[in-house]
Design a protein around this ligand. Structure first.
Ligand code: B1M
Length: 230
C-alpha cells in the first residue's frame, strides 16, 4: 500500500481532523484516484474502527471523531467519485422511527455505513411510516435501517413494515433494525430481515445484504430481490 494511503487509514483510526484534508489533497496530487483513496485508505481505516468498537477497545466519542475525519476527507473525494462514475457499495436509507427522538446511535450507524462505502440517506428522527415509504420509492435503497431507543416506539418499526407492505414496496428493500430495546426475536416477529446490536455490526450486515443481492442479480440477471436471506 502507498505510504499516503496508510497515513489516511491511520488518520481515520486516530480521528485526525486537523490533517486529513491536507493528506487527502496530497494523495490526489500524487495521482491517486478518489476510488483508491476510498477503498484503500479511508475504508480500511473505518473497518479497523468497527472492529475495535465491537471489541470494546474504542468508545462512542472516538468513533464519532473517526467518522467525522472520514467525512472531512469525503468532502474532497465524493465529488470526484461521482465525476468518475464510480459505484458506491450500495444505498442505505436510515431513520429513527416515529415518536422517538434518540438519534446518536442511528447517526453512528450512518457514519459506519458511509465508512463502508454506502451512499446514505438519513431521514433523521421521529419518522412517520409513510415518510419511510416515500423515501424507499424515491431513493430506492438496498437497505432500510430503522432505529428505536424506547420500548414504546419499537412498535413504530412494525407499523413501518406494514406500511411498506401496503404500499407494495416491501419486497424492494431489505429491512435492518437496531437500538437498545430491539432484539433478533423482535426483528423476526415484525418481519424485518435482520437485526444489528451496534453500528459496526449494522454496516457489516448492510454489506452482507448487498453481497447477497449482488450475487442474486448476477445469477439471475434480474432485478428481483431474495426473500429473507438472513
Ligand atoms: Co432518552 N431514554 N429519553 N434521551 N436516553 C433512554 C433510551 C433510556 C434507556 C434512559 C433510561 O431510562 N435509563 C430511556 C428509555 C427507557 C425505555 O424505553 N425502556 C429513555 C427515556 C425514557 C427518554 C424519555 C421518555 C425521557 C422523558 O422525557 N421522560 C425521552 C423520550 C423522548 C423521545 O424520544 N420521544 C428521552 C429523551 C432523551 C434526550 C432527547 C434527552 C436524549 C437523546 C438525544 C439524542 O439522541 N439526540 C436522550 C438520551 C441521550 C438517552 C440515553 C442517556 C443515551 C442514548 C444514547 O444516545 N446512547 C439513554 C440511556 C442509555 O442508553 N444509557 C436514554 C448512545 C448510543 C451510541 O447508543 O442509541 O443504544 P444507542 O445506539 C447503539 C445501539 O443501540 C445500536 O448501535 C448504536 C451504537 O453502536 N443501534 C443500532 C442504534 N440504532 C441502530 C440501528 C441499527 C443497528 C444498530 O440498524 C438500523
Amino acid at each position: 500500500m502507498s505510504e499516503i494511503l496508510s497515513q489516511l487509514s491511520t488518520a481515520v483510526i486516530e480521528g485526525n481532523l486537523d490533517d486529513i484534508i491536507d493528506m487527502t489533497q496530497d494523495a490526489l496530487d500524487e495521482g491517486l484516484s478518489a476510488k483508491q483513496i476510498l477503498d484503500e485508505g479511508l475504508m480500511p481505516g473505518m473497518d479497523h474502527v468497527g472492529v475495535e468498537f465491537k471489541a470494546g477497545n474504542m468508545f462512542v466519542p472516538e468513533v464519532l471523531r473517526s467518522a467525522r475525519s472520514m467525512q472531512a476527507s469525503m468532502t474532497l473525494v465524493k465529488p470526484l467519485l461521482a465525476e468518475a462514475g464510480a459505484e458506491m457499495t450500495g444505498k442505505v436509507l436510515l431513520g429513527t422511527v416515529k415518536g422517538d427522538l434518540h438519534d446518536i446511535g442511528k447517526n453512528l450507524v450512518a457514519m459506519m455505513c458511509e465508512g463502508a462505502g454506502f451512499e446514505v440517506m438519513d431521514l433523521g428522527k421521529d419518522i412517520e411510516p409513510d415518510a419511510f415509504v416515500e423515501a424507499v420509492k424515491e431513493f430506492e435503497p438496498h437497505v432500510l435501517g430503522m432505529s428505536a431507543l424506547l420500548t414504546t416506539t419499537m412498535r413504530s418499526m412494525e407499523h413501518t413494515v406494514k406500511a411498506l407492505e401496503e404500499a407494495g414496496v416491501r419486497d424492494k428493500v431489505k429491512i435492518m433494525i437496531g437500538g437498545a430495546p430491539v432484539t433478533q426475536d423482535f426483528s423476526d416477529q415484525i418481519g424485518a430481515d435482520g437485526y444489528a446490536s451496534n453500528a459496526a455490526s449494522a454496516s457489516e450486515l448492510a454489506k452482507k445484504i448487498r453481497l447477497v443481492l449482488g450475487f442474486h442479480f448476477q445469477e439471475k440477471g434480474a432485478a428481483k430481490r431474495v426473500a429473507h436471506p438472513f
